[in-house]
Design a protein around this ligand. Sequence first.
Ligand code: SAM
Length: 283
Amino acid sequence: SEVKLLGPAEIRDLAALLDVQPTKKLGQNFVHDHGTVRRIVTTASVSPGERVLEVGPGLGSLTLALLEAGAAVTAIEIDERLAAQLPRTTEVMAPTVADRLEVITQDALRVDEVPGEPVAIVANLPYNVSVPVLLHLLERVPSLRRGVVMVQREVGERLAASPGSKVYGSPSVKAAWYGTWRTAGLVGRKVFWPVPNVDSVLVSFEAHEAHPGDEALRRRMFALVDAAFGQRRKMLRQSLAACFDGSSQLATEALEAAGIDPTARGEALEPDAFVRLARIPAP
Ligand code: SAM
């Protein structure tokens, strides 16, 4: 292929060139293993010509693998030095396809829209903000139909969890608004520099044909989810009172109208049940 990938030597040289001291605050752990980045791209079934959204390209490990597979890449990177270097690295490692890369220097949590209508999100996410970044981008970039992201193992298990699982929580329900999530394989620590102190997992995402409802319904549902899981040991008729004018009586009536047991707890409810409840007009 005309695209070369980054290995340990290139990662070390680039970090030295840029005088990068990877920071924990920005979740900067760079992948130096060809097998891992190719596995992410294969799991995402990236086809030639597709536009992919990558968050946190860092030194470009995954970006180059995406370009190698023929993708056009829109990459959002918060670290200005890394964002400025990425086109130069691509010019050297992938000169024939360097024009398929667009870099946006920005905090992914603050982007309002992304040009080019990317169909897939493929990223090795900054671990401390993985869930907020995913939810923000799914809300702001409606062209996204699928994706594969690498996250901390516990976070991936949460995204993919169903009721009855210990780790089922508000991220599981909110993510389910947008689509179906599945864990797609563990990744060890040694593929990163610096080596993190957590394990990682690949998570795949498949969007629903259509969202369960409009933006107003989504907001109402997310508020209900926050209330239900904010006091997860209380019964829903109590934990949700705040969403019904402070009245557990009104909460009980709404829960019954939605076919939900008012004495249940949030952790027992399917995402669909939260959507049904959000459809009951608020007082
Ligand atoms: N994709 C690269 C790789 O696989 O080697 C780097 C992944 S590293 C885990 C996460 C990257 O996200 C870092 O480059 C970091 O600077 C960037 N980042 C952190 N917070 C961000 C944010 N809010 N918006 C955009 N990028 C961010």
